[in-house]
Design a binder for this molecule. Structure first.
Ligand code: GLN
Ligand code: ZN
Length: 744
């Protein structure tokens, strides 16, 4: 078996440095181009990636990390797990990913603790596993034709089956993996990477036994490439000795989030993830080299802690960043250069027994400066730029008990039973996006832009008045994104121009970079919310993003504990809460849709996280007077693990997705004892619900919950819908509510 390359990355971004894949996908989906056009764009992006990685000096190039939609969906197709109902679709792959006219898509959910979403494999009694290795084999051949030998990357059997809740099908699936290994060996492939991120979570003894069985069996396959099992997003813990006891030749460990392995790995190659794939900071060479040095293994290979899928392509796309900040950053290309430089420095240190860590750090600095072509004098070092100490958190006060607040709010707001409202955003029109682009291009003045935003707010208010909604919103027309908008208005954040990261399919986000102490130089939303309230006598609900969500959807400084960073953001949001209140808003919603996303993968760490996350939320909202009604919003139904935490937020009203999850969530949240708005229709679909449908859902709700606590609202914000859909749907919601009210 040939030895593993000296440096590698576990995966690479694939959307294209200018989101070329997004455009190609959307053009294909809308029928403006053919599947062949789409495949040409894909091939171009793969070629570009392999060439760039080779140019940067990377030794081990991965393949099959490209995907037209999602790597878990690719694995389902690889194993033949395509549900029958999609097989006759014009394009079964995209039918599973996005649905068709008459067919709902497969479920989608978040990939471990990231903001990347994968397609959940649907494995049932009818699933017949059957290998279709055309994609990985195709990419190996395609790379070879360009002169590159690659290591195909495939989601491993245990992770795949755990994601599909079907670990009992391991035997069948392993048959497919054996065939795959044989096909790759016949193709002359030296190494294959099987991704097993599920092994960094808590695994039962039964699951650990499955890991052992799987890799014993694959390891003893007659003809196969070298087996590299990659883990990431944390420490392998009890899975490590299990893997180490199987015949796999290489094990990938995340040395950024996890510790240096203590298990005996003297017979193995350890692919050491010392360059973080989850953040945008330059790697500290001293720390990385020390970690590499501490690994006791037959061979140590330098790598990233996970796929670079989760970071933007290159700093080259960001000429506008402050030089001081830029000097601290590394995106995917820069991280590859770091991997290469660290491999050289590590090898040099090994070669010379006398070489000190200092000498290797210097070698790293030389090599990475060379690779990146950065100006002389900008050498990465261990010294982090000095950062001011975080401001003393303001003493946190507690709100009065709910009963007192509820009475004060009822007297002040005088709302009817079953009050109707929405979650915040109204349709984001093309004109608004064009106006923002025009401001950026300098062809529209700030004042001109603000007039357009005001006109849109007025339209949203009038629509809601006409529909007869009780609690109005301003519609969020000024926001490109619920996190980026706040980042643009807070100190301590930078925003990027091209720093796109794939969220799912063709969807990308540009996470802001939280790099310094967070402060709010001036009010952010008060101008718009205040304007909206000035237009109407109905109560308007102010709309803020919560501290956990702002941090979860940003790249965050790593020199302070996450908790302290979140508390700083909480204080800034708390100031905004008080200013909104002073501007006459009597209802303020603080959204926390990412509360669950940051939940640690290991149960042992969850309670501590939830405690400070809830404390941060309460700190942001506890400055509100008792007659100000605080709402919160969460957009998922699988909240079981964090129900107590949601209750702990102590919001006066909680709106939550429920149209798709049904009665289950009602039972779960009914214990809160405060206001609740389980969504009455799914905003993810263009379908307009009938008044009868909404009415029957509402009936079910008031049977499960005390009627005086029930609110009526859609599942989530309306920004991705059209005005036509929104007006028709909300009209039916109001009709249904009135029918029910008259029966009370
Ligand atoms: N207020 C936001 C909106 O309506 C909430 C979005 C969300 O839940 N993700 O768009
Ligand atoms: Zn939502």
């Amino acid at each position: 078996m040939s030895s593993f390359p000296t440096s590698t990355v576990l995966g690479y971004p694939r959307i294209g440095p200018r989101r070329e894949l997004k455009r190609a996908l959307e053009s294909y989906w809308s029928g403006r181009s053919t599947r062949a056009d789409l495949d040409r764009v894909g091939a171009g992006l793969r070629e570009r990636t392999w060439r760039r990685l080779a140019e940067l000096g990377l030794d081990g190039l991965p393949s099959n990390t490209f995907s037209l939609y999602d790597q878990v969906l690719d694995t389902a197709v690889l194993l033949g797990a395509v549900p029958e109902r999609y097989r006759d679709a014009a394009d079964p792959y995209f039918a599973m990913a996005r649905g068709t006219e008459g067919l709902a898509p497969l479920r989608m959910t978040k990939w471990f603790d990231t903001n990347y979403h994968y397609i959940v494999p649907e494995i049932g009694p009818d699933t017949v596993f059957k290998l279709d290795a055309s994609k990985p084999l195709g990419e190996v051949r395609e790379a070879r034709a360009l002169g590159f030998e690659t290591r195909p990357v495939v989601v491993g059997p245990v992770t795949f089956l755990l994601l599909g809740s079907a670990l009992d099908r391991l035997d069948e699936v392993l048959g497919c993996y054996e065939e795959l290994l044989a096909a790759l060996a016949a193709e002359g492939v030296a190494w294959v990477q099987l991704d097993e991120p599920a092994l960094v979570g808590d695994r039962t003894p039964g699951e650990l036994a499955a890991v052992r069985a799987a890799y014993e069996r694959l390891g003893s396959a007659a003809a196969r490439p070298g087996l590299f099992v990659a883990s990431y997003f944390g420490d392998l813990g009890e899975s490590l000795p299990v893997l180490a006891g199987t015949p796999v030749e290489a094990i990938g460990v995340d040395l950024v989030r996890g510790g240096v392995p203590v298990a005996d790995l003297t017979g193995k190659t350890v692919v050491a993830g010392v360059v973080s794939g989850r953040d945008v900071w330059r790697t500290s060479p001293g720390r990385a080299l020390a970690a590499l040095d501490a690994v006791r293994a037959a061979r140590v290979v330098v790598s990233t802690s996970c796929s670079l899928l989760h970071v933007p392509y290159s700093l080259a796309g960001e000429p506008g960043l402050e030089p001081e900040l830029r000097g601290r950053l590394a995106f995917a290309e820069e991280k590859v250069a770091e991997v290469v430089a660290l491999a050289a420095a590590h090898a040099a240190a090994r070669a010379s027994a006398r070489a000190s860590a200092r000498a290797s750090a210097r070698a790293f600095a030389r090599a990475s400066t060379h690779a990146l072509g950065s100006a002389p004098g900008v050498l990465p070092g261990d010294d982090q730029p000095s950062v001011a100490l975080p401001p003393e958190p303001s003493p946190s006060q507690e709100r009065s008990p709910y009963a007192v607040r509820a009475a004060a709010q009822a007297a002040h707001l005088r709302l009817p039973p079953l009050p109707t409202t929405t979650i915040g955003s109204f349709p984001q029109t093309g004109e608004l996006r064009a106006a923002r682009a025009a401001v950026a291009a300098g062809t529209l003045s700030q004042a001109g832009y603000e007039r357009r935003v005001e006109a849109e707010i007025e339209r949203v208010i009038r629509v809601q008045e006409r529909l007869g909604l009780d609690v109005l919103v301003h519609g969020e027309p000024e926001r490109n994104d619920m996190v980026q908008y706040f980042a643009e208005h807070l100190d301590g954040f930078a925003v990027t121009t091209n720093g796109w990261v794939q969220s799912y399919g063709s969807r990308c986000t540009r996470p802001p970079i939280l790099h310094g102490d967070v402060a709010r130089p001036e009010p952010i939303t008060v101008r718009w919310a205040g304007y909206a309230q000035s237009l109407t006598s109905q109560p308007v609900k102010g709309m803020l993003t919560g501290p956990v969500t702002i941090v979860a959807w940003s790249f965050v400084r790593d020199d302070l504990p996450l908790r302290d960073v979140v508390l700083q953001v909480a204080d800034a949001i708390g100031q905004e809460v008080r200013d909104l209140e002073a501007a006459g808003l009597s209802i303020i919603q603080v959204d926390e849709p990412a509360l669950r996303e940051l939940l640690p993968l290991r149960r042992s760490a969850q309670a501590e996280y939830l405690e400070w996350a809830v404390a941060a939320y309460r700190r942001a909202t506890s400055g509100a007077s008792e007659r100000t009604q605080i709402h919160t919003h969460l957009c998922y139904s699988d909240a079981d693990q964090i129900l107590a935490a949601i209750d702990g937020l102590d919001a006066d009203v909680t709106t939550i997705e429920s149209a798709r999850s049904g009665a289950r969530i009602l039972g779960a949240v009914s214990a809160f004892g405060r206001g609740l708005g389980p969504g009455v229709y799914d905003i993810h679909s263009p379908r307009v619900p009938s008044a009868e449908e909404v009415e029957s859902l509402l009936r079910r709700t008031v049977e499960a919950l005390p009627v005086e606590r029930v609110w009526v609202n859609p599942d989530c914000g309306l920004k991705t819908r059209t005005y036509e859909e929104v007006e028709a749907s909300l009209a039916n919601v109001v009709t249904a509510t009135r029918r029910l009210r008259s029966a009370l």
